[in-house]
Design a protein around this ligand. Structure first.
Ligand code: CA
Length: 226
């Protein structure tokens, strides 16, 4: 899933981007609040990791603008250990969670998964649609109870389709939700991944809606599981 990281400290930003990528996120990194504001107005992100002390527009101002226009994208703020007041302002300002510096990547990744899950209305860790079960934390999937070996991009695509079961997603929606701006994506990348997923699962799991996009049909048996 694609997230936006807003952090003006170059060393920390670089480390967070690398660590979160390692944890399976596609991470766009911006270094000032105003650029992040522009990006958030124009594009969809699954979540935002937001430093509060930012040039041009502070994290709190950015948050205020975001919530002020009704954008409910989950936000995790980064705060200093002793800055209780910042955490309170962040949460009161519409942040969903916070992580205290120095940041443990594993904790930040888990908090991101949790806020995204809650924003999708699901509290449980595993997501099941029909015979497919994915574990977003472990980035593993099973089909009819058997493990399925997936490449990271195949997993990301399957996860996104399951989160939107019953809804058609266009190719450009999938590209913008899954991949980073400069990922040098082939124009047929989504088709190729869908093709591989169908081979690894069953052809009928992902439906092509001609001229529109792809969807995983709801089966009536979906549930969130622990
Ligand atoms: Ca800062």
């Amino acid at each position: 899933m694609r997230i936006l990281l807003v952090e003006d400290d170059a060393l920390l930003g670089d480390a967070l981007q690398a660590g979160l990528r390692e944890a399976g996120f596609a991470v766009e990194w911006l270094e000032d609040g105003s650029a992040a504001d522009v990006a958030l107005r124009g594009e969809e992100f699954k979540a935002v990791v937001l430093d509060l002390g930012l040039p041009r527009l502070t994290g709190l101002e950015l948050l205020q603008r975001l919530r002020g226009r009704g954008d409910r994208t989950p936000v995790v703020v980064l705060t200093a250990r002793d800055a209780v007041e910042d955490r309170v302002k962040g949460l009161d300002g519409g942040a969903d969670d916070y992580v205290v510096k120095p940041i443990a990547i594993a904790e930040l990744a888990a908090r991101l998964r949790a806020v995204v899950r809650r924003s999708q209305g699901a509290a449980a860790g595993l997501l099941q649609v029909g015979h497919v079960v994915v574990d977003p934390a472990a980035r593993t999937a099973t089909f009819r109870g058997r493990p399925v070996e997936l490449q990271p991009r195949e997993f990301a695509l399957l996860h996104e389709l399951l989160l939107n079961a019953g809804r058609v997603l266009t190719r450009s929606q999938l590209e913008s939700r899954l991949y980073e701006w400069d990922s040098g994506l082939d124009s047929n990348a989504i088709e190729v991944h869908v093709h591989h997923l169908r081979r690894k699962l069953e052809p009928g799991v992902i439906r092509t809606v001609r001229g529109v996009g792809y969807m995983v049909p709801r089966t009536g048996g979906e549930r969130e599981r622990r």
